[in-house]
Ligand binder design. Structure first.
Ligand SMILES: CC(C)(COP(=O)(O)O)[C@@H](O)C(=O)NCCC(=O)N[C@@H](CSSC[C@H](N)C(=O)O)C(=O)O
Length: 350
């Protein structure tokens, strides 16, 4: 007998249309996962960015979840550097591994380039004694080492097909694709790792209540629900809860994988209890808690053994900022390797 939760979860997938990208993404994921399974390479499904909740079918307005994609894009680079293949399920147009270093808003790419004319005009120019036949574009000398390092890692990931980029936009496209990927990854058994950093909507507008066209500001339905059009400028949005998919992920979609979820809070007094509540509710392996205001400096690991804070070191003058993901990812990988070791020695506990 299906529980209410399963009905709502099953009902959700039956009543919401799958994304048009699903067939293509399924084929891409299938060959990517087969490639790395045959190479006995661990694969991490890394989700990143915020999901949207459209208010109209022909979407003009939507509710978005906060996430720039920094956590996901940065973590992906560190998983790649540790030998994992990465399925990067990300919000379309959010930050991506490698290119995140030169995004439109920070480190504008063009600031790193100079136009090389005659020698001596620009100390960033080419070799001494040469003169450009025509002005050329060169990377300014002071940026070359850093960019070269990023370029080499980017090229290695591409040439060895270690990074699969799959975009989503809405919460529905995210959930359909997550479910597909989890089922595809079952062949990997416990070599699969789920690192759920995406900011997933908790509420959505069911198709039965979704407007087809742009909601007009003049004819917002009146709040007394009699269907007449009110003259007011209010917009009353009636949302349903998104099914708690994590339980289905743990119990059915990916029963042998290691599953790590992130918990985002803004109130420090709630963080630890919410992390423990999530762990108790879903019985997965690890919850990484973080506060919106300090997410780049500290996170807390909460698992069955207890809790452990991970913090970036205090900066001294002139020191480079430490990316907290350079501490998070190795710690998650250590836990994944410990779990694999335990399972190889016959311990079936999560
Ligand atoms: C989004 C950030 C804070 C990263 O920020 P950027 O670097 O700017 O991208 C990430 O670290 C994070 O907490 N991600 C998880 C946020 C989230 O929505 N977590 C859910 C749990 S997973 S969503 C699953 C669903 N709600 C359920 O309970 O089944 C929550 O807190 O509730």
């Amino acid at each position: 007998m299906a529980t209410t939760h399963e009905l709502s979860e099953t009902h959700y997938f039956e009543t919401n249309p799958p994304p048009s990208t699903l067939p293509e993404h399924t084929a891409l994921a299938n060959s990517f996962i087969k490639l790395h399974h045959s190479a006995s390479r661990p694969v991490v499904l890394l989700t990143s960015g915020g999901t949207t909740v459209p208010l109209e079918n022909q979407t003009v307005r939507f509710i978005d979840n906060f996430s720039a994609g920094t956590r996901g894009a940065t973590s992906a680079e560190y998983f790649l550097s540790q030998g994992y293949a990465v399925v990067f399920l990300h919000r379309q147009f959010s930050l991506l591994p490698f290119s995140r270093h030169y995004s439109h808003s920070t480190n504008c790419f063009l600031d790193f380039l100079s136009e090389w004319g005659r020698i001596g005009e620009d100390d960033e120019g080419g070799k001494d004694g040469e003169q450009a036949a025509t002005p050329d574009v060169v990377v300014k000398a002071r940026y070359r080492q850093q960019m070269l390092s990023v370029l080499r890692k980017y090229r290695k990931a591409k040439e060895q097909n270690l990074l699969l980029l799959l975009p989503f936009t809405t919460v529905t496209s995210y959930l359909f694709t997550l479910k597909m990927l989890a089922c595809q990854m079952q062949c990997l058994g416990n070599e699969a790792l789920f690192y759920l950093a995406a900011a997933v909507s908790d509420f959505f507008v069911p198709p039965s209540r979704m407007a087809e066209h742009k909601i007009q500001s003049g004819d917002i339905p009146s709040t007394d629900g009699d269907g007449s059009t009110g003259g007011g400028k209010k917009l009353v949005v009636d949302l349903d809860p998104v099914p708690k998919f994590l339980k289905r992920l743990v119990e059915q979609w990916a029963p042998r994988a290691m599953i790590v979820s992130f918990k985002l809070e803004t109130d420090p007094s709630m963080l630890l209890s919410k992390c423990r509540q999530s762990l108790d509710r879903y019985s997965h392996h690890l919850v990484i808690g973080n506060l919106l205001s300090t997410r780049k400096r500290e996170v807390v690991f909460v698992d069955r053994k207890g809790l452990e804070w991970i913090r970036t070191p205090e900066l001294r003058d002139g020191e480079e900022e430490v990316e907290i993901e350079s501490l998070i990812v190795p710690a998650v990988i250590r836990k994944h390797q410990e779990l694999l070791q335990r399972q190889r020695s016959g311990d079936t506990n999560r």
